[in-house]
Ligand binder design. Structure first.
Ligand code: F6R
Length: 614
């Protein structure tokens, strides 16, 4: 979703802003803009389209200035166009502001400001906010820092903002509520600011994560000052970034998505490393060890998440029920939060989120917390809002995921949830040690098996070439493979724009079978395990109606090979670990189909990497 970048120091801001905006492109956006202060005035440029379009439109215009802000906008209020793009000016043009999030009471504020003589150019809530701040400043005579604080105390909604006053090129004011902001602290009061650390990392490793309802003043002379909306002073907590620059670059791959697919043997290793010991036969998850009582007394687990993370939650449902024998319900966070659900204090709620910023998941957490449930987070982004809002949790350690379509984050989530289910089973005394040992050893071998599957890339590419012009696709799986069918379908539709649906294989005859004809590719996860024979019957049903079967099978399989049009072999593993391995060829297939169709795989249309609006 929208991205923010800002700079204050001795260097030319423009280059840093443009580079920063390019680093933020992965979040998804439809317009971009920058504003610098130079010789007492703003140099403001913005336009619909990509950051490269912005650069082209600026051309050789003067773009100097040592302080500046930049923004990538993902449209909410008003269509993506040059006028609605950020930054936005205040009524008298003295202030300029960029904003992520939504100001819910913008309509009433706007009406009040119009009565007071303000005129607006855009459809955005952001323009209302900067006018409102100017109005407070003019009414109260307060300085900009205090005016922002007073204005925000009357604002309802979510925001991360950065604001400049053209008469003061030595200062930048920023604030956040429910939308992240990171301040990079350089030498001699040089500052960087961004909605995540990716634009900052090459300049400084020292960062301050702004907390909810905090306002920061970054000043060339006075340094960094932070207060809360209620005007309490806060000492800035400077921490060191762990992220590596290589992790946010393509490293020789054509796209971030392809790089991230290939990173999975490494990322899964990072997710499980240090959390289980084959030597001692134990799983160590601090979030379970330290809260053993809550997990042991849990009568139910509720899982809340969205999209791909919700699919990881579905895999976890099977894992927890099979290993720990606790009933599990998996909920779309967006439905759960508005349903008035029954939540008991004995419930454990697991919130799964790559970004840790998804608005619906965050709201679901707050609701469950109010009802006394114990909340456990599974997040990838360290220090994210969800990681901070939960009572305990486990990071997935997949490293930054830049491709909008989630790949390595999914397998890292499933790996962590796998260990979590084993750990809870161990604490509750419902799993025999020899089974635990066997499953840990199997999990340990998954990265190697994925490395094997990645070698099928060229074969998968050939299959992609055959089906790239399809208009529909069906994905089928049973048991642990049903969530993989959903995930395979989501990957295809989101990056190639081919309509695809995932179904439990047996459900096919209750409706979707009507769709099957010689033009329908049907992807089936048909590995040998508990429901193998049943899936073979489902494949026969598809073949009888002339559907094309592309099956993911266990190495050496003969039966499905004879029936299917194409097979992709994967190494044998326990049923419970198949999702981690069988999803890989489906990721590769979606990738190749999308590339062959000329789609931008890293930044699919209309999508955002972290969905910070509900
Ligand atoms: C799909 C995808 C999305 C996200 C969803 C939740 O490839 O990435 O469906 O999974 O938007 O995002 P997080 O996990 O950040 O809460």
């Amino acid at each position: 979703m929208c991205g923010i970048v800002g700079y204050l120091g001795d260097r030319q801001a423009y280059d840093i802003l443009i580079k920063g905006l390019k680093r933020l492109e992965y979040r998804g956006y439809d317009s971009a803009g920058v504003a610098m202060i130079d010789e007492g005035d703003f140099r403001l440029f913005k336009c619909k389209g990509k950051v490269s379009d912005l650069e082209d439109s600026i051309g050789s215009n003067i773009k100097t200035g040592n302080v500046g802000i930049g923004h990538t906008r993902w449209a909410t209020h008003g269509p993506p166009n040059d006028v609605n793009a950020h930054p936005h000016l205040s009524n008298d043009g003295s202030l300029v502001l960029i904003h992520n999030g939504i100001i819910e009471n913008y309509a009433s504020l706007k009406a009040e400001l119009i009565n007071r003589g303000h005129t607006f150019k855009s459809d955005t809530d952001t323009e209302v906010l900067v006018h409102f701040i100017e109005d407070i400043r003019d009414k109260t005579g307060a300085n900009l820092f205090d005016s922002v604080r007073i204005a925000l105390s009357e604002v309802i909604g979510a925001y991360a903002i950065v604001i400049l006053d053209k008469s003061n090129p030595n200062q930048m004011i920023a604030a956040r509520k429910s939308s992240p902001l990171v301040i990079g602290v350089g030498k001699d009061n040089e500052f960087f600011i961004a909605s995540d650390a990716t634009p900052i990392i090459e300049y400084t490793r020292n960062v301050v994560y702004l907390e909810d309802e905090e306002i920061a003043r970054l000043d060339r002379t006075d340094g960094l000052k932070i207060v809360t909306i209620s005007n309490q002073h806060k000492d800035p907590y400077v921490q060191e970034l762990e992220m590596k620059l290589e992790a946010i670059e393509k490293g020789g791959y054509d796209s971030f998505m392809l790089k991230e697919i290939h990173e999975q043997p490494r990322s899964i290793n990072d997710s499980i490393r240090g959390r289980m010991s084959l030597a001692t036969g134990a799983v160590r998850m601090s979030g379970v060890d330290e809260h053993e009582d809550r997990w042991n007394k849990a009568t139910r687990i509720l899982i809340v998440a969205c999209g791909t993370s919700w699919h990881a939650g579905l895999v976890a449902e099977y894992l927890f029920e099979e290993f720990a024998r606790i009933p599990v319900e998996v909920e779309y966070a967006s439905e759960f939060r508005y349903r008035n659900p029954v939540i008991y204090p004995t419930d454990v709620v697991i919130a799964i989120s790559q970004s840790g910023e998804t608005a619906d998941t965050l709201a679901a957490i707050e609701m469950a917390k109010d009802k006394g449930a114990f909340i456990f987070g599974v997040c990838n982004v360290v220090g994210s809002s969800i990681a901070r809002a939960t009572h305990s949790g486990a990071y997935t350690h997949a490293g930054p995921e830049i491709g909008v379509a989630s790949t390595k984050a999914f397998t890292a989530q499933v790996s962590v949830l796998y260990l979590l289910a084993l750990s809870v089973a161990m604490h509750r005394g419902v799993m025999k040690q020899d089974r635990l040992n066997r499953l840990m050893a199997e999990l340990n071998s998954v990265p190697e098996k994925i490395a094997e599957v990645l070698k099928t890339n060229e074969d998968v590419k050939k299959i992609a070439a055959i089906y790239k012009d399809s208009t529909n696709a069906l994905y089928l799986g049973r048991g642990y493979s049903f969530p993989v069918a959903l995930e395979g379908a989501l990957k295809l539709k989101e990056i190639s724009y081919i309509h695809a649906e995932g179904y439990p294989a047996a459900e096919m005859k209750h409706g979707p079978i009507a769709l099957i004809d010689e033009n329908m590719p049907v992807f089936v996860i048909a590995t040998q395990g508990a429901s193998y024979e049943k899936v073979v019957s489902n494949i026969q049903e598809v073949k009888a109606r002339k559907g094309n079967i592309i099956a993911i099978v266990t190495e050496g399989d003969k039966v499905v090979k004879d029936l299917a049009d194409h097979v992709i072999e994967i190494p044998k593993s326990d049923d419970s670990l198949v999702p981690l391995i069988s999803v890989i060829p489906l990721q590769l297939l979606s990738y190749h189909v999308a590339v062959m169709r000329g789609c931008n795989v890293d930044q699919p249309r209309n999508l955002a990497k972290s969905v910070t609006v509900e």
